[in-house]
Design a protein. Structure first.
Length: 556
């Protein structure tokens, strides 16, 4: 498979057919062209060399090969004779209309002396070179149309001849064998790379931190697919995706706003549970929201691969390329990448369950330590304090009595500190809203560059319902994200307070204040959450500088 002998054998078969049919000007040149095809079996390189050989055989100035996808749409367009600057200035891929679509209807090759005079000619794009003579035909692999080969402008201003047509037909037959060989080899190599990546994820996710696991999935997907950027986004709820990691160049920050699923390309992929590929996002009505969220260019191909398990959707793996019209993602790659995404989703779910088990075990250890501190250590310290206090009262006043009284005071302080430690141990991994607020602020500390102060007043864990807790953490995340993205602050204060009837979240910073023009997408969500609970959100400037985020709702 893939040897020079295979190509020579192919050339001999084509030579026999040309000799039998007759009419080809130089069959030996045809065989030499086939033997000169690269044996490294890189499909894209092979296709470029095929177009180069076709133009050389027919003495043409320009050549192109339009590669079709599984739906018969133009997936790639390889050109020869046009420099990179001109190709870039022409713009996006042709859509396969006009003369390019004529080959689908014609029973055989199409040969024209003046292509602009044909009734199906629809004109040139801006910066496209003028062309005269035209010769085009289908390239088939295993009887199926792989693509269309076009050559134009025979040198010397002459039209293409019948001999040119015969030569190109014979060459296309031989090229089909070469493409089949290269495609089969590339498919095998791609399958091996994706399977190796899937196995690597399964091996490495055992006992690994979830954040590192997410990053590894994105890194491997980008490396194997050849994408410029890979992004892993997980479902927060049925309506929202949250970007967890990005691999490759990006303007994304961890404070980025969540991506709404409804009406988005990501939503279509998630609902269908099938991979979705966009040849060029620049031709879409709207820039895909997930690309916008990570700061990627609004041009080039993109693939949306759903991550799902038998339990349901988990999220989405996005792959994006900067090159328009690149052959970076072939149709068979799509199936392999989808399999990788499924395997990654299962591996991440296993890792998540194991992490939950480890957290549960850690929580049990913390509870045991907290009980021991409360039932043993505090009781002993309390007993010692009582003994010292009694001794101090019965002895004569003096330095020794003062020392014992001070020791009793220090023991009281130590008992309070231990009680605080017990509280933290008992609430570190629970559904406590107080613990959730502290954990969220801690999460944003490295992003902000400073640790916000936190004040919690009232019995918030007892007063706030589970749904209300979710809203509190969501709006607090939005407030901290805005500080990270826009405020340029050096300090911030977070206050969560509950009264008999209301719950209030206040976040103040000393940053540059509210911008005159700002996006309200995340703030709109916070307002809607407040209104749903018969409350409101108020934003105001504080002196001498900064912003006050005041969210208050009625308790259930």
């Amino acid at each position: 498979m893939g040897s020079l002998d295979d190509t020579r054998a192919c050339g001999r078969r084509v030579l026999q057919s040309v000799t039998m049919d007759g009419g080809a000007t130089d069959p030996r040149a045809l065989v030499d062209a086939l033997i000169a095809m690269p044996v490294d079996l890189d499909l894209h390189t092979t296709l470029v060399r095929i177009v180069e050989a076709a133009t050389s055989l027919t003495d043409a100035s320009y050549g192109a090969l339009g590669v079709l996808d599984r739906d018969g749409e133009l997936a790639d367009f390889i050109t020869v004779g046009v420099d990179d600057e001109t190709r870039s200035s022409i713009g996006p891929l042709p859509r396969g209309h006009g003369l390019l679509a004529l080959l689908h209807l014609a029973p055989g090759p199409v040969r024209l002396d003046q292509l602009s005079a044909h009734q199906d000619f629809v004109g040139y794009p801006v910066h496209h070179p003028e062309m005269t003579s035209f010769l085009g035909l289908e390239v088939r692999v295993h009887g199926q149309v792989f693509g269309n080969l076009y050559i134009t402008d025979k040198r010397g201003g002459q039209p293409f001849t019948v001999d040119d047509e015969r030569m190109l037909q014979a060459f296309a037959t031989g090229a089909g064998f070469v493409i089949e060989n290269a495609r089969f080899y590339e498919l095998s190599e791609a399958r091996a790379r994706w399977l190796e990546a899937s196995a690597a994820i399964t091996r490495s996710l055992v006992g690994q931190d979830l954040a590192l696991a997410f990053q590894q999935v994105a890194d491997l997907a980008r490396e194997v697919s050849g994408a410029t950027t890979a992004c892993l986004a997980l479902l927060v709820d049925d309506e929202t995706l949250e970007v967890r990691v990005v691999s490759g160049p990006s303007n994304w920050s961890r404070g980025s706003e969540p991506v709404l699923v409804a009406g988005s390309i990501a939503g279509v992929a998630l609902r269908s549970r099938e991979a979705l590929v966009i040849p060029d996002v620049a031709e879409h009505d709207a820039v895909p929201r997930l690309l916008h969220a990570i700061g990627r260019p609004a041009t080039g191909p993109a693939a949306f691969l759903p991550l799902w398990t038998p339990e349901g959707n988990a999220g989405l793996l996005l792959l994006a390329w900067d090159r328009v019209g690149s052959a970076s993602f072939n149709s068979f790659d799509l199936d392999l990448a989808s399999g990788f995404a499924e395997q990654a989703a299962l591996a991440l779910e296993v890792s998540r369950v194991r992490s939950a088990d480890e957290r549960r075990s850690l929580s049990e250890d913390r509870d045991r330590i907290a009980r021991d501190l409360h039932d043993v250590v505090i009781q002993r310290l309390f007993a010692i304090g009582m003994q010292l206090d009694h001794a101090a009262t019965v002895m004569d006043p003096g330095p020794l009595a003062d020392l014992m009284s001070n020791a009793v005071d220090e023991l009281d302080v130590s008992i309070k500190d231990i009680r605080t430690s017990i509280f933290k141990l008992q609430n570190a991994e629970s559904g406590s809203l107080r613990a959730g607020v502290l954990k969220l602020v801690e999460e944003y500390t490295p992003i902000l560059g400073f640790a916000p102060s936190v004040v919690v007043r009232g019995p918030i864990d007892q007063s706030a319902s589970a749904s209300c807790r979710g809203d509190v953490l969501a709006v607090l995340r939005e407030a901290l994200s805005n500080i990270a993205r826009h405020a340029k602050a050096s300090s911030a204060e977070v206050s969560v307070e509950v009264t008999a009837t209301h719950l209030r979240v206040v976040v103040c910073d000393d940053g540059c204040g509210l911008p005159d023009e700002r996006s309200e997408s995340g703030l709109s969500n916070a307002r809607e959450r407040a209104q749903a609970r018969h409350g409101e959100l108020q934003l105001s400037r504080v002196q001498p500088s900064g912003t006050r985020f005041d969210w208050v709702v009625t308790l259930d």
